[in-house]
Design a protein around this ligand. Structure first.
Ligand code: BGC
Length: 719
C-alpha cells in the first residue's frame, strides 16, 4: 500500500477533515489571528493547511508542530498570496501583462517563488487569470487584461515560473490558478456581484486561461466567490467536476476562496453549514479556506447522507498527493532551510527595476516631450503620487509591506541629483483640501519641466475596490487644471505620470498633457524605473493589455467585440453609436509609444491557400524612422468574416518584438497554425471552417493601423 493509502486508512474523520481545512495562522504560536490560534489544532492533526504566514522561523515552527507533535506527522501545506513578488515587488499583474513577454512573465514568477520558498512557503494563490473588460472592477489590477488568448499565454508562463521544472524542488511553489471562472464579469463591475453571461462567452473568453493553466500542470485551482447564473462557483459541479476534472483532466487540488463555502448560505443555495459543505465537496472542492465548514459541517452532512466518506477520502487523497509532489513528506523543512544570499536580493532588485521600466506604457508624447533633453534638468515633481513610496506596490503588497519602495521623487533625485528636483504634493490623493495648490504652482514656476504625478491610491483597486467613477479622486482634477494653466503661461511641458490599477477615464487629462506615462503600480523599484524612462535611459516599450475608455458609459469596451448588423456610420442615424460620445476608445488595446518611430510595411503571408494542418508564416518589415533606438511590439490578429457563428472583429493570435537602432529596418516573423483558427461552432464544439480569413498585423488593435492579407482555408481531407 502506498504511503498515502496507508495514511488514509489510519486517519480519523477529524484528521481527514483537518487535511481538507486551510486556516489563517500568521504568527499563531505567539499572537492572535483571524481564525484564532491553531497551534493545538495542528498538534491534534485537525488543521492540515495554513495561509497568510510569513517568516521562515514561524513557518518552520508550525511545520514542526505538525510533523513532530501530531499523531500522523503529516506536514502542513502553507500558502500565501505571492502575487507579484514576495519581499521585492514586481509590477502589479496588469502592468506586467503590458510587457508582452512570456520569458519575463515566467522569470518574475520564478524569482518570487525563490523568495517565498526560501521562507518556507510551498504554495502561492496565483496566477489570477480573470479576463476583465470592465475597469470598474477593482480586481482588474490582479489579472491579465481583456483578452483570452493573452490570458492563456500569461497562465502558461506564470505556472511554469512559479512551479519550475520540478514541484519537489526547494525553490518551487505550487501555483493556484484563480478565480475559476468568469469572476471578471461581475454585474456592473461590482466586486463579488452575480455573473450572468452566455455559455459562449464563458467558454470563449473566460475559460481558455484556466484550460491553459491546467495544460501547463498547475497544482491547484481556486473557484471564484461569485455565482454563475445562479450557481455559485464554489458549488458548481458542472464547471469543477465536469470541465476542470473530466474534460481537462485536472488532477490537482481545488481550494475554495476565503470563507466561500460558508457564503453558499448567503448565496441562497444552502440552509446551513452542513449543506454548504456538502455542496462544495460534491462539486469537487478539496480544501475549505477559512470557512471551517468542512470541519463543522461535513460530520453532520455525513449523518444526513449528503456526502459519502468516499468523496471525503478522494479529496484527502488529492491533498496528500500534492504534499507528496511538493516533497513535503520527504523533507518538510526543505523550503526555508537556506536563506537567500544578499546577492540574490540585489539581483532581484535590478530585475524589478528593468521589468518595471518595461511595464510603463507611454500613452502620449506630443512633440517628443520625452525623454527630457539634457538641458531640461530642473524638474518640478508635483502631485499626490510624486512622493508616495507606500503606494508604489499597488493593492496587494504581500510580505513586502508598504515601506522600502522607491517613489518618483526618490528615483529622480538618485538619477539627477537632489538639487534638480523640487517637490510639492499640491493636494492629497483623495480629500477636499486645496490649500496646497498655490505652493505647488510656485514650485512649477521655477522648473524647466513639470512632472505631474496623479492617480489612484493603491487600495482603490484590488479586492472589494470597485469604482463607479473612473476619474481622478479628490481634488486632483482641480489641481491638474491649475498646473496645466500655469504651465501654458510659462510655456513649460507637463508630463503626467499616471498611477492606477485600471485604465482610468480621463480624456481631459489626455488632451492637455504633453506626455503621459501609465505607471500602473510598478512595485519596489517604481521611481527608479520611471526615472529611467523620463531621462531616456530606457525607451518605453509597454503596450496596454486593456482598452482605455473615453467615457465611463462606453464600458465594457474591448477590441474583441462582434460586428453589429448596423455598424456605426456618422451619416446614418440608425447605426450602433452614442449620441454623446464617440465609439472609439481613448487608447486601443496594444497602444503604447516608444522613443523610436516605427513603420510597418511589406506584409507577407504564406501559404495563401492553407489547409487545417498547415502553419502560416507571417512576415512584416519594420523600420525605425525615429532618432532613437527602441523596441517595437507587433501584434497578429485574425478576422473570420463569414462563419457559422459571427466571430469577433479582431482576435489576437500572436505578438513579437523587434529592437531597432534609428534608421534601421528588420523583419518580424510570426507563425500561426491554421488549426488555431478553429472556433466554437453552433453546438459550442470546436470547428474548423474553410473559407477566407484575414490576417492583420500592426502596432495595436486600431484597425486603421493594421496591415492585412487574406488566406483561403481548406480541409486537408474532405469531410
Ligand atoms: C481572495 C483570493 C486570495 C485569498 C487568500 C481572497 O479574499 O479573493 O484571491 O487568494 O483571499 O488571501
Amino acid at each position: 500500500m502506498s504511503r498515502i493509502e496507508r495514511l488514509i486508512s489510519s486517519m480519523t474523520l477529524a484528521e481527514k477533515l483537518g487535511q481538507l481545512t486551510m486556516t489563517a495562522s500568521s504568527y499563531a504560536v505567539t499572537g492572535p489571528v483571524i481564525a484564532g490560534d491553531s497551534t493545538d489544532a495542528i498538534k491534534a492533526g485537525t488543521i492540515g493547511n495554513l495561509l497568510n504566514m510569513v517568516g521562515a522561523e514561524h513557518v518552520r515552527e508550525m511545520q514542526r508542530l505538525a510533523v513532530k507533535e501530531s499523531r500522523l506527522g503529516i506536514p502542513l501545506l502553507i500558502g500565501f498570496d505571492v502575487v507579484h513578488g514576495h519581499r521585492i515587488l514586481f509590477p502589479v499583474p496588469l502592468a506586467e501583462a503590458a510587457l508582452f513577454d512570456p520569458e519575463t512573465w515566467a522569470l518574475t514568477a520564478r524569482e518570487a517563488a525563490k523568495e517565498a520558498s526560501a521562507e518556507g512557503l510551498a504554495m502561492t494563490f496565483a496566477p489570477m487569470l480573470d479576463v476583465a473588460r470592465d475597469p470598474r472592477w477593482g480586481r482588474s489590477v490582479e489579472g491579465p487584461g481583456e483578452d483570452p488568448w493573452l490570458a492563456a499565454r500569461i497562465a502558461e508562463a506564470k505556472v511554469r515560473g512559479f512551479q519550475g521544472p520540478r514541484l519537489a524542488a526547494a525553490d518551487a511553489l505550487a501555483a493556484c490558478a484563480k478565480h475559476y471562472c468568469a469572476y471578471g464579469a461581475v454585474t456592473a463591475g461590482r466586486d463579488y456581484a452575480s455573473v450572468d453571461i452566455s455559455e459562449r462567452t464563458l467558454r470563449e473568453v473566460h475559460m481558455p486561461a484556466f484550460a491553459a493553466a491546467v495544460a501547463s500542470g498547475v497544482a491547484a485551482v481556486m473557484p471564484a466567490f461569485t455565482d454563475l447564473a445562479g450557481i455559485p462557483m464554489t458549488a458548481n459541479k458542472a464547471l469543477l467536476r465536469g470541465w476542470l476534472r473530466d474534460r481537462w483532466g485536472f488532477k490537482g487540488v481545488i481550494i475554495s476562496d476565503y470563507n466561500a463555502i460558508a457564503e453558499l448560505m448567503r448565496h441562497g443555495i444552502a440552509a446551513d453549514l452542513a449543506e454548504a459543505a456538502a455542496h462544495a465537496l460534491n462539486a469537487g472542492v478539496d480544501i475549505d479556506m477559512m470557512a471551517d465548514a468542512y470541519r463543522r459541517g461535513l460530520p453532520i452532512a455525513l449523518q444526513r447522507k449528503l456526502v459519502t466518506m468516499a468523496a471525503i477520502d478522494e479529496s484527502v487523497r488529492r491533498v496528500l498527493t500534492l504534499k507528496e509532489q511538493l516533497g513535503l513528506f520527504d523533507d518538510p523543512y526543505l523550503r526555508g532551510r537556506t536563506p537567500e544570499s544578499a546577492a540574490a536580493f540585489s539581483g532581484r532588485r535590478k530585475l524589478a527595476r528593468a521589468v518595471a521600466g518595461r511595464a510603463i506604457v507611454m500613452l502620449k508624447n506630443d512633440g517628443e516631450t520625452l525623454p527630457l533633453s539634457g538641458s531640461l534638468r530642473r524638474l518640478a515633481v508635483v502631485g499626490p503620487l510624486a512622493d508616495a513610496p507606500g503606494e508604489m506596490g499597488g493593492p496587494w503588497w504581500g510580505a513586502a509591506g508598504r515601506v522600502g519602495h522607491v517613489s518618483v521623487t526618490a528615483g529622480l533625485r538618485e538619477m539627477l541629483g537632489e538639487s534638480h528636483i523640487q517637490h510639492a504634493a499640491g493636494v492629497a490623493i483623495d480629500d477636499e483640501d486645496v490649500s496646497g495648490i498655490d505652493a505647488a504652482l510656485d514650485v512649477c514656476a521655477s522648473a524647466d519641466a513639470i512632472l505631474l504625478c496623479l492617480g489612484e491610491a493603491a487600495d482603490m483597486s484590488g479586492e472589494a475596490a470597485s469604482r463607479a467613477h473612473l476619474g481622478l479622486p479628490g481634488k486632483q482634477r482641480q489641481f491638474a487644471q491649475a498646473v496645466f494653466e500655469r504651465a501654458r503661461d510659462l510655456r513649460k511641458p507637463v508630463i503626467v505620470i499616471l498611477f492606477s490599477g485600471r485604465p482610468l477615464v480621463v480624456p481631459w487629462l489626455m488632451d492637455q498633457a504633453d506626455a503621459v506615462l501609465a505607471a500602473w503600480f510598478l512595485g519596489s523599484e517604481a521611481g527608479n524605473a520611471i526615472a529611467d524612462v523620463v531621462v531616456g535611459r530606457l525607451s518605453p516599450s509597454g503596450r496596454t493589455p486593456v482598452t482605455w475608455a473615453r467615457a465611463t458609459g462606453q464600458i465594457p469596451i474591448f477590441f474583441g467585440e462582434r460586428s453589429s448588423g448596423r455598424p456605426a456610420d456618422p451619416k446614418d442615424h440608425y447605426t450602433s453609436k452614442y449620441l454623446d460620445a464617440p465609439n472609439e476608445p481613448q487608447f486601443p488595446f496594444g497602444h503604447g509609444l516608444t522613443y523610436g518611430r516605427f513603420t510597418l510595411f511589406n506584409l507577407r503571408v504564406t501559404p495563401v491557400n492553407a489547409e487545417d494542418i498547415d502553419t502560416l508564416q507571417i512576415r512584416v518589415d519594420v523600420r525605425n524612422e525615429g532618432a532613437r533606438a527602441a523596441e517595437e511590439t507587433v501584434f497578429l490578429f485574425t478576422r473570420d468574416k463569414v462563419a457559422s457563428v459571427a466571430r469577433p472583429l479582431l482576435e489576437l493570435k500572436g505578438f513579437a518584438k523587434i529592437s531597432l537602432p534609428p534608421g534601421e529596418s528588420g523583419t518580424v516573423a510570426l507563425s500561426l497554425r491554421a488549426g488555431e483558427l478553429r472556433f466554437l461552432g453552433l453546438d459550442l464544439e470546436p470547428v474548423f471552417e474553410p473559407g477566407e480569413v484575414e490576417i492583420l498585423v500592426g502596432p495595436c488593435a486600431d484597425r486603421s493601423k493594421l496591415l492585412s492579407a487574406t488566406v483561403q482555408l481548406s480541409w486537408s481531407r474532405p469531410c
